[in-house]
Design a protein around this ligand. Sequence first.
Ligand code: GLU
Length: 290
Amino acid sequence: MIVTRFAPSPTGALHLGHAASALFAFRKAQEAGGQFLLRVEDIDPVRCKPAFVEGIYEDLAWLGLFWPTPVRKQSEHRDDYQAALSRLEKRGLIYPCFCTRKEVLAEAAAAGYAPHGWPQDQEGPVYPGTCRSLSQVQRQDLGQTRQAVWRLDMQKAVESVGGPLLWVDLGVGEVIARPERFGDVVLARKDVPMSYHLSVVVDDALQGVTLVTRGEDLFPVTDIHRLLQALLDLPVPVYHHHALLKDAAGKRFAKRDQANTLLALRESGLSCEDVRALALRDLGELSRLS
Ligand code: GLU
């Protein structure tokens, strides 16, 4: 069965770009007699707000979308991410890193990385591996005074899966994953024992998602997700990375632009049909990519 999902982070109000993305996923499921899921990606305790979660439900329902409840909220499933992390730890594929962000930047510069053009993952520049080979004793000592993030030992992880990893994007076709360009990415943060990369992969598998729809800004990190799927023996969904929609002035929609939120459009007097039509026009743009 086709299972699609829309997985917003409740860090702001949804805008027209989100509506188009959600409608795309909803339609794909409807056309195939499958299921559309909504998932709330609220791992960031500072930026995510319950009011935005309510706003997401209201906006999507107003647009005429429906989904099974209860909705999965990532903040309520730490055990699932912890279990995945433990599996990786048992295989020696992750290690605690005590560096601060400032230290990582200084270490990366000292290791000869150019100040511009580092491949970026969601957590910052490529980590030069300072804490990778600390001894148990050093780890215990540092752990007395500092909190650690958990990083993937990228080289070891890539070697452990052997041959090349492939994934399929509806628009681009087959992609050969090159996760090594991101270095030792963070899989569990200091403030919460998980990360975007880990939770998104675990959840898509646990929820049986077969088609992942999301913005093209996340296209590169799908390589990391594909590696995690291989390491954790998880099924590999098909991906659809759509263009990020722009406003009339050619600027990308952003959550901070209050004028383009679905709420603002609604309050300006536009009907649900009007907004759907606007989003569907954009959906045309999105679909042409697939
Ligand atoms: N939660 C992410 C966001 O709102 C999307 C992640 C995904 O779809 O994989 O940008």
